[in-house]
Design a protein around this ligand. Structure first.
Ligand code: ADP
Ligand code: MG
Length: 641
């Protein structure tokens, strides 16, 4: 798509740059002539004057006037272009060609600045599309043949050696290595990956080699989504941008009225009604309109949003759009999931217990039959833990996930269910051995999962669910940012929930939540009329709550499309640090924009007063006005950095 759409836009951009350069050249010529010949000789009655400045106007005039007409009548927006067009036309009508050409130049510069602010001028670095053109080593039988990546199919196995980049999203089928996912998460550490693990395009391989089954390539990869995220997010305008547009629309007629007032005042109060006085009054009015035009105001919000989104992306934080980023800064209630979010993604397996005569190995073997197909943190932990302890498992015919409770798998006569205690109470007799084991494990603060077939409880697995090392610190810093109320929501039992909630200083907690309970809690908090609710979850069974919240944040969601779809913010890094960063960046965005709006208004007003008093000529006014726009642009970039 970038190929097809890229070219026309490129040439349009180049066209406007050429026009701008030609205009500047003509103005320089005009200025030089004015300088050498003086105001008496080089004035609008002079054919050279008309030719040089007329040409300059001709270059810019159609572009700007057409744009103003389109915006005013087509889109119903009153913009700075309209102001500039009116000034240019009045200049033309009264023979102030030099001034008219100068205003045209300003309008072109403003347009270029604004275009850059909207990120349209920025080249989007697409590593993902570059990969598609690359040649990779494909395994065909025992042979390795080099083929262009774009010719490969899903399921092909490619070989990636030490020091190379992984060009696709896929699954490791053989080998192991240290893999860095910095291109996606921004975190440069290397993680050990082996058979069965997911890998993502853009990662680099060290110490080892991998054979990877291709699942997604090119535009389909997570890397492509990350790379396109900023451009995509810019398609939605933030409330502040909308507000500033409305303000501009109100300011345009006001500024025109002030300009008209200055003109009438200057002309009517003049001693003699000479043509020179008319031109003088008009020049002053034009200066007022030019310096008062709010083009600096239109720059700050787009630049801040663009910088903010880019900075976030580099840290592995994807905002769905700028409006979400702006909204997050004002929210003060945080609802947060426990397992996999506040606690580590892979808890430690503390105990495997077989009931009756069953051995722990048998229990694990049954559990893996189910959990190999679940993405739940406890499921992944069980599978990893069991890897060396059980033999190859069957593939079930049917797999059912009970959101927030567990899962079951069926193959012929074989039926296994793994999950929370409440899930097991459908007709199975719960022996004393089971209740005793559960009570003892819970007393130790363990999270328990039971394994059962159709009639009997086979065994249990206890986990020590550790709080993430950074959790306490991150929550404390969030409190300082103004997040006043924190509530932990968990599907786990009350004992574990209590211990962790107290440990982390939560305001409240709710245990034994179903996905539905979490969603209703979000609703309840929204009903309190606070400043809005943020829900943070690992996105696996928190989707309804994430979708309901004012801002839903999915964590550790690498590669789970479901989570990315339900949440408005995705933290690709498996760390709570990103949660703080997301809040902090959104705060910085809002502060930066407010500060710059204030500066732009104050300076604009000061210049307008000076121009109305006649202390500025048009040239000075124009230079100062562009200077302010540039200062605002740079200051926004610095403050949002
Ligand atoms: P949290 O809300 O704290 O993230 P979940 O809703 O993900 O917790 O899970 C709640 C409980 O449901 C877990 O403590 C576990 O007992 C059980 N559970 C859910 N999914 C699974 C699964 N795939 N395998 C085993 N147990 C599960
Ligand atoms: Mg969870």
């Amino acid at each position: 798509m970038s190929e097809a759409q890229g070219k026309p836009m490129e040439s349009a951009k180049r066209g406007s740059w050429i026009r701008g350069a030609m205009l500047l050249l003509l103005l320089l010529v005009s200025g030089a002539l004015y300088w050498t010949w003086g105001a008496d000789r080089y004035r609008w009655a002079d054919p050279v004057y008309v030719a040089v400045n007329g040409l300059a106007l001709l270059i810019a005039f159609p572009t700007i006037v057409m744009r103003a007409l389109r915006q005013t009548f087509g889109e119903g927006r009153l913009t700075v272009d309209l102001l500039m067009s009116i000034v240019m036309i009045s200049a033309l009508c009264t023979g102030l060609w030099l001034e008219g050409a100068l205003v045209a130049l300003i309008a072109l510069i403003s347009e270029a600045l604004e275009r850059a602010a909207h990120g349209q001028a920025a080249r989007i670095d697409t590593l993902s599309t570059r990969f598609d053109a690359m040649t990779v080593n494909v395994k065909r039988g025992e042979e390795r043949i080099p083929l262009p990546l774009r010719d490969l199919q899903v399921g092909d196995v490619i070989v990636v050696s030490e020091g190379e980049s992984i060009p696709v999203d896929g699954e490791i089928v053989f080998g192991n290595a240290q893999v860095s996912e910095a291109a996606i998460t921004g975190e440069s550490s290397f993680n050990a990956k082996a058979e069965g693990d997911a890998v993502f395009a853009g990662s680099t391989v060290q110490h080892g080699f991998l054979e990877i089954k291709l699942l997604k390539r090119g535009e389909g990869t997570l890397l492509a989504q990350v790379e396109q995220s900023v451009a995509k997010a810019r398609r939605v305008r933030t409330p502040t941008e909308v507000m500033l547009d409305r303000t501009t629309a109100l300011l345009v007629p006001l500024i025109l009225a002030v300009g008209l007032g200055v003109f009438l005042f200057g002309y009517l109060l003049g001693p003699e009604k000479t043509p020179e006085l008319l031109r003088e009054a008009l020049r002053r009015a034009m200066t007022v309109v030019v310096v008062a035009s709010p083009s600096a105001l239109a720059l700050t919000a787009p630049i801040a949003v663009w910088m903010g989104l880019r900075r976030a992306r580099r840290r592995g934080i994807l905002f769905r759009d700028g409006a979400v980023m702006e909204k997050l800064s004002g929210l003060s209630t945080l609802l947060i999931d426990k397992t996999g979010t506040l606690t580590v993604a892979r808890p430690r397996v503390a105990e495997v217990k077989g009931f009756g005569k069953r051995t722990p190995e048998q229990v694990l073997q049954e559990a893996v039959f189910v959990e190999a197909h679940s993405k739940h943190p406890l499921a992944r932990t069980i599978v990893e833990y069991a890897q060396t302890k059980v033999s190859e498992t069957d593939k079930p015919d049917k797999f059912i996930e009970f959101e927030g409770g567990g899962a079951c798998a069926i193959k012929g006569e074989r039926y296994v269910k793994v999950g929370a205690f409440w899930l097991m109470e459908d007709g199975r007799d719960i022996s004393d051995e089971v209740t005793e084991w559960m009570t003892a494990a819970r007393d130790k603060g363990y999270t328990c999962v039971l394994v059962a077939d159709r009639e009997h409880l086979l065994g249990g697995i206890a986990f020590e669910d550790e709080v993430r090392t950074e959790a306490r610190d991150v929550l404390a810093r969030l409190r300082k940012l103004g997040v006043k109320k924190m509530v932990m929501l968990t599907g786990d039992n009350a004992k574990v929930a209590h211990r962790i909630a107290v440990d982390l200083g939560m305001n409240e907690y709710v245990a034994e939540c179903m996905p539905d309970t979490k969603m209703r809690r979000v609703q309840k908090e929204q009903g309190y009329g606070g400043k809005g609710v943020v829900m943070v979850g690992d996105g696996i069974n928190d989707a309804p709550a994430l979708a309901k919240a004012d801002v839903g944040i999915a964590m550790g969601a690498m590669g789970t499309d479901l989570a990315m779809a339900a949440a408005q913010v995705t933290l690709l890094n498996d760390s709570l640090e990103g949660l703080y960063e997301a809040f902090a960046l959104s705060r910085r965005l809002v502060t930066s924009v407010s500060v710059n709006i204030f500066i732009a208004c104050a300076l604009g007003l000061a210049l307008t007063v000076l121009a109305a008093m006649g202390s500025l000529n048009l040239l000075q006014g124009a230079v100062l006005q562009q200077g302010i726009a540039l200062i605002i642009a740079i200051n926004t970039a610095l403050l949002t950095r």
